[in-house]
Design a protein around this ligand. Sequence first.
Ligand SMILES: CC(C)(COP(=O)(O)OP(=O)(O)OC[C@H]1O[C@@H](n2cnc3c(N)ncnc32)[C@H](O)[C@@H]1OP(=O)(O)O)[C@@H](O)C(=O)NCCC(=O)NCCS
Length: 176
Amino acid sequence: MEIELGKTHPNHEKELLELYRAVAKTKDGLIRKPEEITRDYVATFLRQSLENGLSLVAYFGDRIIGEIHAITPNIYAFQHLLTDLTIVVHPNYQGKRVGRNLFLRFLDTVQNEYSHILRVELYTREHNERNVKFYESLGFVNEGRQHKKIYHSQDRLETPLHMAWFNPLYNAKLCS
Ligand SMILES: CC(C)(COP(=O)(O)OP(=O)(O)OC[C@H]1O[C@@H](n2cnc3c(N)ncnc32)[C@H](O)[C@@H]1OP(=O)(O)O)[C@@H](O)C(=O)NCCC(=O)NCCS
């Protein structure tokens, strides 16, 4: 499968909305329900990650089949973070290494172009062992669990883990 990776563009908003909705419909897809994947949600993460963060997309032909983004909060004390990382691959293309390649390119870009970033942070649900192993294989470490933080239904609460990856090429002198 010929997959290309590239930087995300502001005019990708509509395609990203469809992609995120398709992933949200799958089991364990996203914390948000499909109806919570709104235009505003997508427009906001797109704007924030383009203005002060990083977003990459994966293409199959001219179709966007995957996206990864994280943002740097607009707060002095958090200028060395890329946080709230989210990655999605369209359900029809999962399990074909699109996610791994997208994530490797993301971390490579952080090392080569974001030397002011020390930490890349994400949450993942503890019971999703496949995802936890995936992140660990990329170098993420488990920084702790938030017992039953996520309401799933009346008889089920889920526990997220906070995970972080540290940039080996971090240069504190680039921070203000
Ligand atoms: C998580 C996700 C981004 C991974 O992308 P992907 O393209 O499906 O995954 P890849 O094919 O690159 O595989 C990555 C790893 O996942 C695991 N994996 C992939 N397919 C698997 C399968 N069918 N069974 C078990 N593990 C599997 C493997 O550990 C694999 O590692 P490997 O490269 O050493 O084999 C994608 O599945 C997805 O969008 N899931 C739903 C949304 C989500 O959970 N996002 C993360 C939370 S923000």
